[in-house]
Design a protein around this ligand. Structure first.
Ligand SMILES: Cc1cc2nc3c(=O)[nH]c(=O)nc-3n(C[C@H](O)[C@H](O)[C@H](O)COP(=O)(O)OP(=O)(O)OC[C@H]3O[C@@H](n4cnc5c(N)ncnc54)[C@H](O)[C@@H]3O)c2cc1C
Length: 416
């Protein structure tokens, strides 16, 4: 069934009885050509691009819970391509281009909204860094502009410009950046992959990886063993645990990251705004809730909820930047398990086990990467070669010392 305005009208006139389930609920087969472990955004996108671009349709996505129940449905939905370092910059540029055609490609409304993302700067040094980053982004072919304090005052009148401790000097805006509805991205890729013959198997946890003579032969699951020639590990915060099933020790630690949403308010924040002097960023959802978050809780954990010290830090930063949010009531807070690498950049690579591939280490920035991650992982699994924009996301870069430390925070997982 194609989704369209006409379809909405037609179904509305006939009692909405004609909608069909967005995807099938197949029993897992005994064997597939390719298995993707993990039904988050990246796993579903990988399956979609395997089928769509490479004609590999004998594929199963095995998800231990329900599709979209992981980080893809827990993030704060920011989509941008304002990375600085070679390696990251071309990858995220590719990703943003895929975002711009995603709704047409998938025939699904993911509510992609290019409302602009602004990083504030609060000192001369930060302005220099913002100009340098902006120039790098423009040289690569994407958009970036420096905004003066007066321009900002007109665009974001609700910020506290007179703050004596952290005065606002200006901002770096990427107008093509913005937000999208996070779980719709999972549903859109799921539906499109299912339409191309991919089996999406929910409530199917992978509990073991079968290896014979250094080659992957399949997986053990809570719904029985399944054979496959190729297996992709695409499980975000669970990367280290699942890779350990194949005897691999990854340079990935799992940390909890929190986010918060207020009650619905009238439109007040038109952009995504990032504070430059504390980890705080905010946007407003289409339902009216102010969606905001901060930094990691700074300890390794598999709990999908956080603790009070980071919550307090985020609220303080919010109050410092825009005291008016003190009037809003927090509706919910939650956490997600982030797959942190030592340099804050991801991995899309083969593993030492033949036929076993890894897509992980997305830290707290993997939502915006969803389409390019799927595209590049599918390319790698189908051709055996890295996609040109993901060449540097190698697993051995940590051993070789070829780090891509975008934040310049050093080689500690919890500092990225
Ligand atoms: C609070 C928060 C805010 C964030 N904000 C942003 C943002 O604004 N912008 C941005 O770009 N990124 C953001 N992120 C990061 C982003 O959400 C993640 O990097 C990205 O979603 C990870 O990829 P995924 O969607 O495939 O992960 P997930 O959705 O977590 O998918 C992994 C899946 O694997 C499944 N799985 C795990 N183990 C097994 C197993 N043994 N067998 C079968 N299945 C298994 C899990 O159940 C899960 O569904 C944020 C994350 C959080 C938590």
């Amino acid at each position: 069934m194609r989704y369209s305005g006409f379809q909405v009208l037609k179904q509305g006139l006939f009692g909405n009885k004609g909608w069909r389930p967005a995807w099938r609920e197949p029993e897992p087969k005994a064997e597939y050509d390719t298995i993707i472990i993990g039904g988050g955004g990246h796993g579903l996108a990988t399956a979609y691009y395997l089928a769509e671009k490479h004609g590999i349709r004998d594929v199963a996505v095995l998800e231990k819970g329900y599709l979209g129940g992981g980080n893809v449905g827990r993030n704060t939905t920011i989509v941008r391509a304002n990375y600085f370092l070679p390696g990251n910059s071309e990858f995220y540029s590719h990703s943003l281009k895929l975002w711009e055609r995603m709704e047409r490609d998938l025939n699904y409304n993911v509510m992609h909204s290019q409302r602009g993302h602004i990083i504030l700067f609060h000192s001369d040094g930060q302005r220099d860094a913002a100009v340098r980053r902006g120039n790098a982004i423009v040289n690569r072919g994407d958009d970036a502009e420096i905004l003066s304090r007066d321009q900002l005052k007109r665009m974001l009148p609700y910020l506290d410009y007179e703050q004596t401790r952290f005065p606002i000097y200006g901002g770096l805006i990427q107008r093509r950046a913005g937000t999208a509805r996070h779980d719709a991205v999972a549903w859109g890729y799921a539906r499109a992959a299912d339409q191309r013959g991919v089996d999406l198997v929910q409530n199917c946890e992978v509990t073991g990886i079968d290896i014979v003579n250094g080659r992957v032969t399949g997986v053990q699951t809570t719904r029985g063993p399944i054979r496959a020639k190729r297996v992709g590990i695409v499980v975000a915060g669970r990367s280290s645990q699942v890779a350990a099933m194949a005897g691999l020790r990854l340079p990935i630690e799992s940390h909890v990251l929190q986010a918060f949403v207020t009650e619905g308010l009238k439109p007040v924040i038109d952009h995504v705004v990032s504070f430059g002097m504390g980890h705080f960023y905010i946007s407003q959802s289409d339902k009216g809730g102010l969606v905001f978050g901060g930094d990691l809780d700074f300890y390794a954990s598999y709990a999908a909820r956080g603790n009070l010290p980071m919550l307090e830090h985020v609220m303080e930063a919010g109050m410092t930047l825009m005291p008016m949010i003190g009037k809003a009531k927090i509706l919910r807070g939650w956490g997600g398990i982030m797959d942190m690498t030592p340099d804050g950049s991801p991995i899309i690579d083969k593993t030492p086990v033949e036929g076993l591939y890894l897509d992980g280490g997305w830290c707290y920035g993997g939502f915006k990467a969803t389409p390019a991650s799927g595209d590049c992982m599918a390319h790698l699994m189908a051709t055996g070669e890295p996609h040109p924009v993901a060449r540097r996301f190698r697993l051995d870069r940590f051993r070789e010392g070829q780090l891509m430390d975008e934040e310049g925070t050093g080689s500690q997982h919890n500092l990225h």
